[in-house]
Write a protein that binds this ligand. Structure first.
Ligand code: COA
Ligand code: MG
Length: 305
């Protein structure tokens, strides 16, 4: 089989990332009991200004206690870098239990670099010597941000773990009355930045994370939308309610027939020695098919398939 391995900065993939307001002890306890691959403890928009400081202190305590019963990763959404809160947020949460930072209203690779430098200093203070703490920027929340998307792949950003997008803050930033088209789908501007985010993430060889699905009582709609997103190349999705976690986890896994097909493709290439192209069931398969099949199997195996 030809050697097609590429260096991949991405860590173990995450299918579901559950937002939990950091000022709600009850929701944090509940979140820790879910099967979410990550909790994103939120210090930004779900916490009122007068509660930021208490929420930050509670998170510092939680992370110091390092809840070991939870099998997922602990991430924190800090406040945007241009606010008075961002640096204090980072000071409170950077430490060995933190897996990553969700960076809202990111304006470009320069913001990721700034956040990286802050984290570098704080990680050193905590005795952490590597780049383990990742950064997931939300890259479409201001009118200017999408114009920088092509630059992430050129920037040296070892902490860049993935990229995600959002429609709510963008529509408010541009004074739009809505972000929806009359047919209930995203309006053109949001479809455009969604695709740009996907491409930018893949070009930078990091995870692409789909935005949240607002209607948390619509399980069938959520699953349909997740399956579509995965088929387009997204690796995972935010949840805003525990009821969304199973639907997201299941939809971002390859189906049994996909896994079987991937196994056959890998076997066909293995049998063909060093050939870059093989025939299977009357179809030509080449290296992109092999790569895709290997990705499917990796994903399947990384979640104990
Ligand atoms: N994480 C953990 N637990 C959650 C949760 C979440 N995101 N959302 C709801 N729960 C808990 C509730 O506390 C409730 O617990 P209980 O049964 O012990 O009372 C249970 O799940 C059922 O919740 P429900 O009554 O259906 O929803 P709600 O009206 O309490 O909350 C929201 C609705 C939208 C306010 C809530 O889901 C939420 O806070 N989501 C996250 C918001 C967020 O972080 N936004 C920032 C990113 S956009
Ligand atoms: Mg927001």
């Amino acid at each position: 089989m030809p050697d097609i391995s590429t260096p991949d900065r991405a860590d173990k993939p995450m299918r579901s990332l559950l937002f939990v307001p950091a000022d709600s002890e009850k929701k944090i306890a509940k979140g820790l009991e879910t099967a979410a691959d990550a909790l994103v403890l939120d210090l930004e928009d779900s916490v009122m200004p007068e509660r930021k400081s208490a929420a930050r202190a509670a998170l510092a305590e939680l992370l110091a206690a390092h809840p070991s019963s939870y099998r997922g990763a602990l991430w924190v959404r800090i406040n945007p870098l241009n606010t008075e809160y961002a640096l204090e947020d980072l000071c409170a949460v950077v430490g060995p239990a933190l897996k990553g930072i969700l960076l809202p209203k990111c304006e470009g690779p320069g913001d990721v670099e700034t956040a990286s430098r802050y984290i570098d200093a704080l990680a050193r203070r905590a005795g952490l010597t590597d780049d383990r703490i990742g950064i997931l920027p939300v890259v479409t929340e201001t009118a200017a941000a999408p114009f920088t998307l092509g630059a992430y792949r050129e920037a040296a950003l070892p902490r860049l773990w993935g990229m995600t997008w959002g429609a709510e803050d963008l529509s408010s930033a541009i004074g739009a009355a809505t972000n929806m088209a009359p047919d209930g789908n995203w309006a053109f501007t949001y479809k455009m930045v969604r695709s740009q985010c996907l491409l930018a993430a893949k070009a930078a060889n990091v995870q692409a994370i789909e935005t949240l699905y607002v209607d948390f009582s619509d399980d069938a709609g959520l699953r349909r939308s997740c399956v579509e997103a995965r088929r387009e190349g997204f690796n995972g999705r935010f949840a805003i309610h525990p009821a969304q976690v199973d639907g997201i986890n299941e939809s971002f896994m390859p189906a049994t027939d996909e896994v079987n097909e991937a196994r056959s493709i890998v076997a066909a290439f293995a049998q063909a020695g060093n050939a870059g192209t093989v025939g299977m069931h009357g179809r030509m398969l080449d290296i992109p098919h092999l790569k895709q099949a290997q990705k499917v199997l990796e994903l399947h195996e990384s979640f104990g398939g």
